[in-house]
Design a binder for this molecule. Sequence first.
Ligand code: PLP
Length: 303
Amino acid sequence: MMHKSMLHAVGNTPLVKVNFKTPASIYAKLEYFNPSGSMKDRSALYMIETAEKEGLLRPGGTIIDASSGNHGIAVAMIGQLKGYKVIITVSEKISQEKLQTIQAYGAQVIMCPSTAFIEDPKSYHSQAVALQKKTPNSFMPNQYFNVVNAQGHYNSLGPELWKQTNGKITHFFAGAGTGGTVSGTGKYLKEKNPTIKIIAIDAANSLYSTKGNPKPYKVEGIGIDFDSEVLNHNIIDEIIPVSDGNALPMLKILSVNHGMLAGPSSGAVAYAVEQYTKNLKPTDCAVMIFGDSGRAYLTKNYY
Ligand SMILES: Cc1ncc(COP(=O)(O)O)c(C=O)c1O
């Protein structure tokens, strides 16, 4: 298939069977095949184009946002291609590879301390909000609090999975950071078939899973660390916490045994799926989202 630009190459990623020793069929949706390397291309593109349509983003403008990495990478690629200036605030937890990728697409990066609470004025989110307020003609996609994030997945990942599985999907698993992927995709799938189970994977040390006593964790991208409408609890049937200790050893298994060099959040999702699907039926069809590639984490020696 020929594409007019990188923006038209977003989506249509492979859905590949994974032979976990469970009765059900398990498929990995390899979102690292997106142009900037993660499913965030879908939500970032939708948020930016919605802002353009609504007049919130005008020619010559600046896009500013907070990101744990992949959203920033997607915004950098898309924003620069569309001719905007892009500034991304990141937390010091970010991998060197992700930081340099944002810069490689031409965006400016502002490093912020890793804080336990997003409301902390020093957090990457608070610093992006403050910068956007003082920058003329600027727009903040605000992935953590803008429900358009989830709508991006509702319009893109949801229909794609429904089509790719010929409507046979029975269980959907995705990591939750903002909650956009699991909520948006889950909403579409539930509208098609209300019996589909929607399962979110959280970092075990997050604010949500520790019931208000968050501790540091290594897995990047997932972790429910604040309340936001983007994470739609009405859609999600279950939230499964996974520790670093269970998520990270999955990465080597995925790369060596399954040929899938995936990122840490995929390790967390795969661990939860392997446990959960032991009890499923042979007629069940589970799909798990592999959000990004292990290429961005090679220096962390997880593999
Ligand atoms: C690799 C990876 N997996 C999962 C997630 C979580 O996705 P969402 O923010 O849509 O919940 C993210 C978010 O940044 C991510 O980068």
